[in-house]
Design a protein around this ligand. Structure first.
Ligand SMILES: [Fe+2]
Length: 294
């Protein structure tokens, strides 16, 4: 053939139209040419002189095969679209479920706050401070939800503390303190059988432990205390100092940070304190501002 040979023609046709059904007619049969043509996607290979009957059969077969290939591809595309849609639906449902869980936990945290601390925005702020500190500390993103749940629910065990003790205006007696100090244990029992909240248990149970071992309920020391609980302890103290409470006036961010530094190594994990100090004041202010928005 002039310009190009048959094999090149097959390649050119197939590159223009993947679905073209090509039958090669040749007067110079060579096994190599036949193999080349078939490799390039020719549907059939007929030798000259052409037998019309044979050509018609080959054409019918080629068209039928072409139709099947097109239908198979369309079916595959349809399946891929359906899978994509189904995946999107599942992801949306999962996101909605997670949002619902989070909203439920936030409401529960706010309800606990308003009964105990006197301000329902406390847990929202501590949650924000804890997330920022955890990120500054290099806690992996996939571990943050457990920390968030633990922070929001840290005092859930106070549900089991009698109002006469929890809401007592004056100082607690020794016996009353003994009861009050049971709230981490009560909290742990309340949530440990909920699979979704398993990761929050260490924070709920250990949020009153101290770096120097003088905390409760177990008197854990240093890194025996789960990291989430160490982070919580620092940011909870920061919020307690910087927000007006019924029994104490707020102090400035600067003064509160100085106090946290003073208690680094006794109350708080020094490494966590360093990470907390890396969180810029502007971010702390923003978290605080957002927490009191309706
Ligand atoms: Fe507590």
């Amino acid at each position: 053939m002039p310009v190009m040979d048959g094999v090149q023609l097959v390649a050119a046709v197939r590159s223009l139209d993947q679905d073209a059904a090509v039958i090669v007619l040749t007067g110079a049969p060579e096994v190599r040419t036949a193999i080349e043509s078939l490799k390039l996607g020719a549907f059939d290979f007929i030798m000259k002189p052409v037998n019309v009957e044979e050509l018609l059969i080959a054409s019918d077969r080629a068209l039928e095969r072409r139709q099947l290939l097109i239908e198979r591809r369309q079916y595959q595309e349809l399946l891929e679209r359906r899978v994509e849609e189904a995946t999107r639906d599942v992801q949306l449902a999962y996101r909605q479920l997670k949002d619902t869980y989070r909203a439920t936990l936030e409401s529960l945290g706010a309800a606990l706050d308003s009964r105990d601390v006197g301000t329902e925005s406390h847990s929202r702020r501590v949650h924000g401070y804890a997330m920022a500190t955890a990120r500054a500390h290099g806690v992996p993103e996939d571990e943050l939800p457990d920390l968030a749940h633990g922070v929001l629910l840290h005092d859930i065990g106070k549900i089991g503390i009698p109002d006469a003790i929890l809401l007592k205006p004056g100082p607690l007696t020794k016996d009353e303190w003994t009861i009050m100090r049971k709230h981490p244990e009560i909290g742990k029992r309340l949530i440990e059988n909920i699979p979704f909240l398993k990761g929050a248990v260490p924070i709920v149970y250990c949020h009153h432990e101290r770096w120097d071992g003088n905390g409760y309920p177990s008197g854990l020391r240093a890194e025996e205390i789960p990291l989430g609980a160490r982070i919580f302890a620092a940011v909870d103290a920061f919020d307690a100092m910087t927000f007006d409470r019924p029994y104490s006036k707020a102090i400035s961010f600067e003064a509160a940070k100085a106090e946290i530094v003073r208690c680094s190594g006794s109350h708080f994990d020094p490494a966590v304190v360093t990470s907390f100090l890396k969180v810029p004041d502007s971010l702390l202010q923003e978290i605080r501002r957002k927490s009191i928005e309706p």
